[in-house]
Design a protein around this ligand. Structure first.
Ligand SMILES: Cc1ncc(C[n+]2csc(CCOP(=O)(O)OP(=O)(O)O)c2C)c(N)n1
Length: 684
């Protein structure tokens, strides 16, 4: 066993146990340097799995780094995709890619995405990041190998928290049923997940008895004892007639004193000082040329930023958020806060309502659902932690609602409004039950986590469901108002979508918010404060001012639309009607019809695949009798039928052409078409 030359069959390098131990330690160091350079990522779980990763990639698996697609290679699947940096350093140390390159982790254009993407880097077997899917993929690969009469093994690495996903147990049953002895799964049992200890969040033990009951051979080892790891992997290869599970007891944050067993280090990267301390703990202070690596990362970033800026539309001034140059000191400054904060505030305020029950899905702090109970022990019995089990939790919410409760559940929108779609559809919407689903961290502005975590399709599904109400507020203040309304006033299935990154506060407590009714926002004059430069009225109270165009936007695209109005006014003397459509379902058709009739140009702007907002607005434009025969020139801003990628949040807003600078370009084109059409009419 070991690294091979696929053409000659020769072993290219044999590692001793001591060398494997040493390699694992070095890999920990490179892993942390990459995290530090990225400024985000998962320290705890990458450190706990590193000894196993070293043993697998350098010793147990038969593969050839020079020939990554060798058909007879063993496959290694990282079901726990958030441990991607550990995968990357494994590939680096085995020779699939240069180890130093991993320092570009999570940066724009890097093959080292926040979560693994097999189409970006040789040696990655599958794309992952949505927990609980890897073992099913392993079952598929194992069945394919059996059909083809191949002998290679399929290794699958999972977390212990990940065992809460029901799909894992479907795959466990399948592997047992089909006697897939070509599967060797390993669980990194570090006993922690995001919201705390696995046993408190949702107990998964006794894992050995559970897997044995499903027909697996189970081995339990110390996941930091290299001899035990190597022995177990060797034993696993010899088992016939059933799949093998290696339960590896590990320590989250292993090797770094201040990270060990600390839940706070799950999804956190060390800063420069912490990195120095960590490398000293690992005995690597002298062995890794940290400054050179960080300089390499900086250089990558500089090149990526330069290339991106070169593609940006240019105007005579810099209109970017809070840009200051000599000419415009203190002009149009804006405060920023993530929209998710408004959700948490509303839950904290309204949580005394005894009907409200909040459901935790192991991401409770960052999506702010934990604000419901923090500092309020009397609400503890109405806080239910369900672990990483979005599908079951969604149907459980339906059960709670059927008994008169008002359940609130939330996760990344990819998991709370996509992974559980059938449960939302049948158990909640078809039954027309009073459940609030929160789609948090939506859009590309999630940033470095990358495509798997950037919900860009959730609105298609939620808008398509009968009985569902869909709200996408524009800032933290409006998110608070919308959440309050959904909690206290609106009865029925309801979906609220908000984001993770801090975005401009463009409304105030006194800004009108009427559920289902759009607002019109108009630029009046440049002011020191961006918000003061605009007047906002309920669309139905607004009188036409003969503007040149309308931009219909939702969510954090409303601030971008407002900034577009500023660019268009300052640079081209154009007047823009911004329509803030915070409620997508029901939709304020009248506001859209008036915008179309009165301005003749409608641009939609959504941080989503084009077509959720654009589709709804187009339907109004195409079918409303008040627009029959009325010429309307329309276009749509949004993500153009592609997956997201890793990068900094605001970089991605530019990459995906969602910025005001891009909207303004489209606006200019449309307004010129309108002018030509008008001239043509006059001459005709
Ligand atoms: C389906 C899904 N739900 C939620 C998440 C967010 N998430 C990322 S890591 C994680 C905790 C994983 O815990 P565990 O499996 O124990 O891994 P470890 O503690 O070893 O990092 C969660 C909830 C996700 N990636 N996928």
């Amino acid at each position: 066993m070991s690294l091979r030359d696929a053409t000659t069959g020769q072993v290219t390098k044999e590692y001793s146990i001591d060398e494997l131990r040493d390699a694992a330690q070095l890999m920990r160091g490179y892993n942390l340097v990459a995290l530090c350079a990225a400024g985000s990522g998962h320290a705890g779980g990458t450190l706990s799995i590193m000894d196993i990763a070293a043993a697998l990639y350098l010793h147990a698996a038969e593969h050839d780094p020079k020939n990554p697609d060798w058909p007879d290679r063993d496959r290694i699947l990282w079901s726990a995709g958030h441990k991607a940096p550990a995968l990357y350093v494994s590939l680096g140390i085995a020779g699939f890619c240069p180890l130093d390159d991993i320092v570009t982790l999570r940066k724009l254009g890097s093959p080292f995405q926040g979560h693994p993407h097999w189409l970006k880097l040789p040696g990655i077997e599958i794309s992952s990041g949505s927990l609980g899917q890897g073992l099913s993929v392993a079952v598929g690969m194992a069945l394919a190998a059996r059909i083809d009469g191949k002998n290679h093994k399929i290794f699958c690495l999972m977390g212990d928290g990940e065992q809460q996903e029901g799909q894992v147990w479907e795959a466990a049953m399948e592997a047992g049923h089909f006697h897939l002895d070509n599967i060797v799964a390993v669980i990194d049992c570090n006993r922690l997940q995001i919201d705390g200890w696995v046993k408190d969040v949702m107990q998964v033990e006794p894992l050995a008895a559970k897997y044995a009951a499903f027909g697996w051979e189970v081995l339990r080892i110390d996941g930091h004892d290299m001899s035990q790891i190597v022995d177990a992997l060797e034993q696993a290869r010899a088992v016939t007639g059933k799949p093998v599970m290696i339960l590896a007891d590990t320590v989250k944050g292993k090797g770094v004193s201040f990270m060990e067993n600390q839940p706070g280090w799950h999804g956190k990267a060390p800063n420069r000082e912490e990195l120095t301390a960590a490398l000293a703990d690992l005995g690597l202070a002298e062995r890794i040329l940290v400054d050179n690596l960080l300089a390499k990362a900086k250089h990558w970033q500089a090149e990526a930023s330069h290339a991106l800026e070169a593609r940006m539309p240019r105007y005579s001034r810099d209109f970017w958020w809070n840009a200051r140059d000599a000419a415009q000191i203190d002009a149009m400054q804006v405060a920023m806060e993530p929209t998710r904060k408004g959700f948490g505030r509303a839950l904290a305020e309204c949580g005394d309502d005894e009907r409200i029950v909040c459901i935790g899905l192991d991401i409770s702090g960052s999506i702010t659902i934990a604000d419901f109970y923090s500092g309020k022990p009397e609400r503890a019995r109405r806080w239910i932690s369900m672990g990483i089990a979005e599908q079951s939790a969604t149907a459980a919410a339906a059960g709670l609602a059927r008994e008169g409760k008002l359940p609130v559940l939330g996760s990344y929108a990819t998991f709370s409004a996509a992974r559980n779609l059938d449960q939302v559809r049948v158990s909640i919407c078809y039954s027309n039950l009073n459940v609030l689903v929160a789609g948090a961290h939506a859009g590309v502005s999630v940033g470095a986590d990358g495509a798997t975590h950037q919900a860009l399709e959730d609105l298609f599904a939620m808008l398509g469901l009968p009985n569902m109400t869909v709200v996408v507020p524009c800032d933290a203040i409006e998110t608070r108002k919308a959440t309050r309304h959904l909690l206290l006033e609106h009865v029925g299935p309801k979906y609220i979508r908000f984001a993770r990154e801090a975005t401009p506060i463009v409304s105030s407590e006194s800004t009108p918010f009427v559920f289902g009714k759009a607002n019109v926002i108009r630029l009046r004059a440049e002011k020191a404060d961006f918000v003061d430069a605009f007047e906002t009225r309920l669309a139905e109270d607004y009188a036409d001012e003969g503007e040149d165009l309308s931009i219909v936007a939702c969510g954090p695209m409303v601030p971008e639309a407002m900034r577009t109005a500023w660019i268009l006014k300052q640079e081209f003397g154009l007047e823009t009607r911004v329509v803030n459509l915070h409620t997508l379902k029901p939709i304020d058709a009248e506001a859209i019809v008036r915008a179309a009739r009165e301005t003749g140009v409608v641009i939609t702007a959504e941080e989503h695949q084009i077509g959720a907002l654009a589709g709804r607005v187009s339907l109004v434009l195409a079918t409303n009798p008040k627009l029959y025969g009325v010429p309307v020139i329309a276009s749509a801003i949004g993500v153009k039928d592609r997956f997201g990628e890793s990068g900094a949040p605001w970089e991605l807003v530019k990459v995906f052409e969602l910025s005001a600078e891009h909207i303004a370009e489209t606006a200019l084109e449309l307004v010129s078409v309108k002018k030509h059409a008008a001239e043509h009419l006059v001459t005709a």
